[in-house]
Design a protein. Structure first.
Length: 199
């Protein structure tokens, strides 16, 4: 079975089943945070940009100079719940339907990271980015950047439908356990500044 067909077989009925949950969450986010969706350009297949869509988890709070406050000051308790349960990722199913993402693949990071990757690390863009991935079920944000990228490239080299099925099953367990949501001592993950090992 081809990966795109596999995604559609799961996502189309999944979107229909999850529609009531999606609607309730959209109303709650609108009430608690104002804007419902967080939209951001991310690198997709071969680094080509697309617009990632997620439920918003943080408030827009600025300091006296008009600069955004740190994530820790803008992340609400409701936002923490959405992240811990991974419910903030639900709108990415739309990205999957559009063919911009897959259910499983390396997580799409920031556009500004593209020039920082080593040639080996950049291989993570040889497949569509995913809502979940091999790195996400093997440490998620508790992994170092080097460790995360090694797992991303391992996935590229070892992809199969059965591996995707395994990762999806492990993702359910990971979400239920709410483990490794953030890097220790950090709200989510420190920014990637390039890897000495990868240069």
């Amino acid at each position: 079975m081809n990966k795109r067909l596999f995604d559609l077989i799961l996502v189309v009925p999944g979107v229909l089943l999850l529609a009531p949950v999606f609607l309730i969450l959209a109303i709650l986010v609108r009430f608690k945070l104002g804007t419902v969706f967080f939209l951001q350009r991310r690198p997709g297949l071969h680094g080509r940009p697309f617009v990632l869509i997620k439920f918003r988890t943080m408030m827009d709070k600025f300091d006296a100079h008009g600069e955004l406050l740190p994530d820790s000051a803008r992340l609400t308790s409701f936002g923490q719940f959405l992240r811990a349960s991974s419910l903030d990722e639900l709108p990415e199913l739309y990205n999957v339907l559009k063919g911009e993402m897959s259910l499983v693949g390396p997580r799409p990071l920031l556009m500004e990271y593209l020039p920082l990757y080593s040639p080996e690390q950049a291989r993570r863009h040889e497949v569509l980015p995913g809502i979940t991935g091999w790195a996400q079920v093997n440490g998620r944000n508790a992994l170092s950047w080097d460790g995360k990228f090694r797992m991303d490239v391992w996935y590229v080299d070892n992809w199969s439908i059965w591996l995707d099925v395994k990762i999806l099953c492990l993702t359910v367990l990971s979400v239920l356990r709410a483990q490794d949501i953030n890097e220790p001592g950090v709200t989510t993950m420190t920014r990637f500044k390039g890897s000495e090992r990868g240069r």
